[in-house]
Design a protein around this ligand. Structure first.
Ligand SMILES: [Fe+2]
Length: 374
């Protein structure tokens, strides 16, 4: 039997009750806030948000194509000087602060001691499953806006019960750990990339974070770091940076990634295998969000590739949710094998900004080419 096209796959999925009956989407619709769905969003900092009674403040869901039952994303704004309602839920969250400053108080068990940490624009933190917490805006004059990725969709598809997810008093066994301790554990992956894995539930400022190492295999002399969190099982993150005038290698892997631009200007291309001439171009700048496309029933993933056309290094934070069913398979397109149109589009885009390409001509002909580390 031959491989199915994406259209055939989507049509076939209409016959599966669990896909047809999307309990998670029903829940999102019941929340009364905007639900945006797309491959990419230009600026989360200016996305329209509306009053959100469950959370307090204002909010919107931001659904990325391809990760429908794996993870979801939301933007939430805390008005000046105000706080959100206390929360407790069975899903995990990763939170990135888009703007403003404030604090979060958390309590591992109801009636137990409370602790508080402060955050500001560019802070990044994790909320383990079923801890109690409350967010506060520490600025009397400006709103604070956060972006979060959660594991809620999979829970809803499994349990289909809001009370079970939001009013569950089960105490997880490691709940008394100090999840937000400033003590981070660091270890390195095996060669050749020696990626640093930084284990911490709070990173004060991802823009200022300077403990990144070369990630040679993805090209462009890029830097990278992984962030793993204590008390979380299905979410983690990584952050990458690559220099002016360069682009990374195209690659494919399962969806479930929310890519947020921290610094720089450029674009990414997304394309379905076999439809290389129908690339989606996601232009980005700080505050932009995009995903990595879809996966079909055979587990074949869309490709994506990142291009820096700005005057400063491009840095992005990627929030991951692991699929319980899809193997985390990666495919990479070497520069020597890529569609020549990729290079041409890049050089045309650079010319618009008067920036010269720093891509070494040898990288297109020598498969063993290695960038010089600075
Ligand atoms: Fe990727």
């Amino acid at each position: 039997m031959g491989k199915k096209t994406l259209e055939e796959t989507v049509k076939e999925q209409e016959f599966y009750d669990d896909v047809k009956h999307n309990y998670h989407l029903e829940f999102q619709q019941s929340e009364g806030i905007p639900i945006y769905t797309g491959y990419h969003f230009t600026d989360l900092r200016t996305l329209e948000v509306k009053p959100w009674s469950r959370m307090g403040g204002l909010g919107a869901y931001v659904n990325l194509y391809g990760e429908e039952t794996m993870g979801d994303n939301y933007v939430c704004e805390i008005p000046p000087g105000e706080s959100l309602k206390p929360q407790r839920h069975l899903f995990e969250e990763l939170v990135y602060v888009l703007s403003g400053r404030g604090a979060t108080t958390y309590w591992p068990r109801e009636g137990g001691p409370k602790r508080t940490f402060e955050w500001k624009e560019q802070s990044f933190f994790a909320l383990p499953a079923n801890i109690g917490y409350q967010h506060f805006n520490g600025d009397e004059t400006k709103p604070a806006r956060i972006f979060a990725k959660t594991t809620l969709p999979a829970l809803f598809q499994c349990f289909k019960n809001k009370k079970f997810i939001f009013e569950n008093d089960f105490v997880l066994e490691d709940v008394d750990k100090d999840f937000f301790s400033s003590e981070a554990k660091i270890y390195k992956w095996k060669p050749p990339d020696y990626k640093i894995v930084w284990t911490a539930n709070f990173v004060p400022d991802v823009r200022a974070f300077d403990q990144m190492t070369y990630y040679e295999s993805r090209g462009a002399a890029g830097l990278s770091v992984h962030f793993h969190q204590s008390g979380l099982t299905r979410l983690y993150a990584h952050m990458s940076e690559f220099p002016v005038g360069t682009y990374k290698k195209g690659h494919a892997h399962p969806p479930g990634r929310s890519i947020i631009l921290v610094t720089g200007k450029g674009y990414s291309l997304l394309w379905q295998p076999g439809k290389e001439k129908e690339k989606i171009k996601a232009d980005w700048k700080p505050g932009s969000l995009f995903g990595v496309g879809l996966t079909d029933l055979q587990g074949e993933c869309w490709y994506h590739q990142h291009f820096n056309t700005g005057a400063e290094p491009a840095r992005y934070l990627v929030l991951h949710v692991n699929s319980p069913t899809l193997a985390d398979k990666h495919i990479q397109v070497e520069y020597t094998d890529e569609d020549p149109e990729i290079r041409k589009i890049f050089e045309d885009e650079l010319a618009k900004s008067g920036i010269k390409s720093k891509m070494p001509p040898e990288c297109y002909v020598d498969p063993t080419f290695k960038w010089k580390k600075k």
